[in-house]
Design a protein around this ligand. Sequence first.
Ligand SMILES: [Zn+2]
Length: 272
Amino acid sequence: MLNQTRDHLLLGGDAQRRYVVAGNAMLTLRSNNTDTHVTYRVEASEDLRHWLVYHLIDGGMRTPVLIGWIRRSTLAFSFRKVESVRTAGHSRAIAAWGWWWKQAATGATAPNVEVWGSGVCARCGRDLTDPLSARRGIGPVCWVHVQAILDVRPRLAGLAEALRADGFASPLWAHAPAEVCTVEAEHLAVLFEHLSAGTVANIAQVLELLYALEVSPAALRTLAGVAGALAVHAEGQKGERKALREALAEIAPPARLAGWWVPTTEEVKAAA
Ligand SMILES: [Zn+2]
C-alpha cells in the first residue's frame, strides 16, 4: 500500500525530472499495469557533479542501497547502474528506474506510471504549503535553484551563440540591461560561455575576466550578481563554492534569476 495522499502525486513530464535533480528527492514509482511500486532516494553529491540513486526498502526503514548514479553532460542526464554483491537482489528496482529515467530525463512522461513525491521539498525538506509547490514537490525558493541548473545555463549558452552570430543585433538583446550591452559582444560571449558551463572553475574565470576586461562598475555589478546566483549550484568542492560566492557577493548580492532578462528557451530557438 502506498502510504501517501493524492496531494503528493507529481506533475508529469519535465516537472518529474526537476524533482529528481532538486538535491534530496524521495519518490515512488507506481506501475498502473502491475499495481506494484518502488521507492527511491536521489541525492546530489557534495560537489554537485552527479546524483546518487538509492533503493529504499520498507519505506526507508532499512539501510538504503545505492543502485547507481546520474551524470549530467551538456545534452543529457544519463543513469549508470552499480553492479555489486549488494545490488544483486535489487535488479527489479534497478530495471524499473533505468526504464523510467530514460524517459523522464528527456522531460517525457513515462506511460502507465504514477510518480509520487514525499510531500516535503525535494531540496531542503521543508513542508510544502501551496498547491503548486506540492504538485512540483519543490518549494518556491528551491524552484529557482533548480531553474538555475536546468534553464538559465542553456539559455546563457544560447545568448553566447547569438552574440557570436549577430552581436547585439540579435532580437534576444531587446530586454537586456543597457549596462550589459556596454561590454563588447565578443567578451560577453566568453563570459556567458563560462557561466553556462557552470563549474566553480568556470565562474572563478568569469570573476577574473570581469576585472581584467575593465567593464563599467554597473556592468560589473550586474554580471557579478548573475555569477553569484549561479555559483550557488556550481559544480566543485563545497569550500570552493562558498569562497567563490563570498568573493562575488563583495561586488554585488546574487541576482534573482527568475524573471531576469535571460531569454526563454523558446525565444532562443525563435531567434536562431
Ligand atoms: Zn526547499
